[in-house]
Design a protein around this ligand. Structure first.
Ligand SMILES: CC(C)(COP(=O)(O)OP(=O)(O)OC[C@H]1O[C@@H](n2cnc3c(N)ncnc32)[C@H](O)[C@@H]1OP(=O)(O)O)[C@@H](O)C(=O)NCCC(=O)NCCS
Length: 190
């Protein structure tokens, strides 16, 4: 049965916190991201290695806390997408990164992920993203996954290949307006 979280949310029939659950993986836990995670995540996201190819760190702790507070609505500002964010906690340890999914109609989802560089090279990001993908398939009926990365970001590319993603066609890149220095990857779930 397909649960239409957006319809239930906009009708006020469920609370935003009921749209997202904790997820357990072997070496880490995915916790629904909340404003109170901002302080620890501000440190994680201050890591310059995360921005080698794109983006910039949060400008301040207050700004990050406010952003995380807004994201607790679990819906895009236009009300059309479910925005699911989880922070990653090493089992009984510190926060080390996050995973996120943007859910669109017809079982489509765009995913993203970041892990503090102190934790790279251990398969933790693969484990976290796989746990999120399993959750998206099981509880949100996601069937078609997408991710975009800069061509030069080979760590991200390898992660997606390990998870069974393949590059989209040139046509799909054009259709979706993907920048010339980016690669769109996709995976169809059974
Ligand atoms: C993209 C990112 C999450 C990948 O992190 P990562 O540590 O390379 O990914 P994993 O946790 O899956 O680790 C994989 C590496 O660990 C190795 N590894 C060790 N043990 C492993 C295990 N049990 N399972 C899988 N891989 C394992 C793999 O061989 C792989 O090594 P390789 O990079 O030489 O191929 C990280 O580089 C990052 O946060 N980058 C900055 C943000 C970013 O670019 N985000 C994506 C934007 S599109």
């Amino acid at each position: 049965m397909t649960i239409d979280f957006i319809a239930l949310l906009s009708a006020g029939r469920i609370a935003p916190r009921d749209c997202i659950q904790p997820v357990a993986a072997a070496r880490l836990a995915l916790e629904p991201q909340r404003a109170e995670h901002a302080q620890a995540m501000f440190e994680v996201l201050g890591d310059p290695a995360l921005y080698e190819y794109e983006n910039t760190p949060p400008v301040s702790l207050d700004a990050l806390r406010e952003r995380y507070g807004q994201l607790e609505s679990r819906v895009s500002p236009n009300g059309a997408e479910l925005w699911l964010n989880w922070v990653l906690r090493l089992t009984d340890g510190p926060l080390i990164g996050y995973v996120q999914a943007t859910l669109r109609p017809q079982g489509r989802a765009a995913i993203a992920y970041e892990l503090g560089s102190a934790w790279w090279g251990r398969g933790l990001a693969t484990e976290a993203v796989q746990a999120m993908v399993d959750e998206l398939a099981k509880h949100y009926q996601v069937r078609h996954l997408f991710a975009v990365h800069k061509h030069r970001n080979q760590r991200s590319h390898r992660l997606l290949l390990r998870l069974g993603f393949t590059p989209c066609s040139a046509e799909e890149h054009a259709q979706r307006g993907v920048d010339g220095d980016e690669l769109l990857m996709q995976k169809q779930l059974p």
